[in-house]
Ligand binder design. Sequence first.
Ligand SMILES: [Zn+2]
Length: 328
Amino acid sequence: MRQAILCHIQDHADDVKIDAMGNLLATRRGTGRRRLRVMVAAHMDEVGFMVTGHDTDGLLKFRAVGGVHPTVTPGNRVVVGPKKLPGVIGMTPIHLASGAGFGKVVETSALRIDIGVSTKDQAKRKAPLGTYATFDTKFSALGPTVRGKALDDRGGCAILIDLFTGDPFPFDLLAAFTVQEEVGLRGAQVAGYALEPDVAFVLEGTVCNDVPQEPDEDRTPVTRLGHGPAISVMDRSMIADRRLVAHLIATAKAHGIPHQLKAPGSGGTDAGAIHLSRAGVPSAVVSVPCRYIHSPAAIMSLADFENATRLTREALRSLKPSILESER
Ligand SMILES: [Zn+2]
């Protein structure tokens, strides 16, 4: 991921570095004299698995890295290790599934990855302890949407690449492609400290639980697919800066960009770490809704993706220090 992003941005960067954690930090100098330091972050990592043991029959014990619900793991294809060995997370055939256990969620600790070897030694050689595995899903276009395994947060990374390589902004753009978001906003914590931003925007893929929709159901989904980028007000990791939220909404309205507020309460983003770095950083989050997030295949609307890019670009263009000097 980092190498792919670097290829896209390096010709546009005035400064690039990979920090001690593995974050990719890049600066694009602005055209104006404004001293505002504007950080925009997106995380490169994705949820996946790590090998934690080997059975005598060559099956791999594993643990989830990040939030993967045990219901979405059995029966799925995975790739294991840097050589991308093909594997499958085993499950009981339907023919044998009956009785009290039928339909019950099987804990991840009871599941195994099968890479087609038959002894413990072979399994250890091919996939030693600590080897990573990820879902094996090919990206594809589905009409006005796309399907992919880690649109959270490859979508955000793609938007950040776009912003970084487009026309420069009046201020210095400090891009942070972060690591280890899914295990606790860890990369962002040090990136926020190192970059010392005056203000931060985080680009995310977020929960979209808009289906199934019963006509008489009185329920507020976190976001809805195709209703535009989602602006966060509050999640488990932060309360967004009210002035930035107002600025994002005003920008969307001024440019006729569809947008929605993410229903407050759920999830967390890199902004949770960045807004607490040093003496605090006013922060906001713009997300692209992703149905079936943290599963082998999420669905994202291309219109939402493009509108998230537009919204963020316009909001950055019109960002003024006075917004941050105004009353909360
Ligand atoms: Zn994410």
